[in-house]
Design a binder for this molecule. Structure first.
Ligand code: HEC
Length: 146
């Protein structure tokens, strides 16, 4: 009995990151998510609020999101739950679905980058809106606490 308890504690210790690491991991993922929010707000100013003088920056904003989206699954290792985190438990219960949503953002962000490179403004705007709704919000609606 005692041995089994010890094995369980050992397994938990080995499998979940130490508390200091959890705090740092959550800081990294929230920082990266905030950067997504910053890029998305800048793109909204360009495409929805008429700030066309910044159109040449659209590529850099899109590439930042596309480049970082592939790291989303690594930002949510099992056990990285923390009271200051808005990540729901369901992430780890539905891991494959969560990863699929992260990959979907990666794909949509790449699509936005492609549209920017092709230079058609209406297509860029449509790709940006699609990325926000199907990429960002579809994951938040299910896996982020309000
Ligand atoms: C696969 C799921 C997923 C995708 C895709 C995703 N997010 Fe998030 N996002 C989360 C989760 C979960 C949290 C809560 C993280 C935490 O608090 O530990 C979060 C948090 C955030 C936050 C709050 C950060 C803070 O702590 O202040 C912002 C802003 C954000 N996301 C923006 C975005 C934007 C913009 C996109 C799309 C470009 C995006 N996210 C794509 C899951 C996702």
């Amino acid at each position: 009995m005692k041995q089994r308890w010890f094995a369980a504690v050992l397994a938990a210790t080995v499998l979940s990151p130490a508390f200091a690491d959890v705090k740092a991991i959550v800081a990294y993922r929230q920082g990266t998510m905030k950067s997504f929010g910053g890029h998305a707000a800048a793109l909204k100013a360009i495409f929805a609020d008429g700030q066309k003088q910044f159109l040449p920056d659209a590529l850099a904003h899109g590439e930042a999101i596309a480049g970082l989206a592939k790291s989303i699954p690594d930002m949510f290792p099992p056990g990285s739950e923390y009271r200051k985190s808005a990540a729901k438990k369901q992430i780890w219960q539905n891991w494959d679905d969560f990863v699929a949503r992260a990959q979907n953002l990666e794909r949509l962000a790449a699509g936005f980058v492609q549209a920017v490179k092709e230079g058609d403004e209406a297509a860029m705007k449509a790709a940006f809106q699609r990325m926000g709704q199907e990429g960002c919000s579809s994951c938040h609606d299910k896996y982020r606490k309000d």
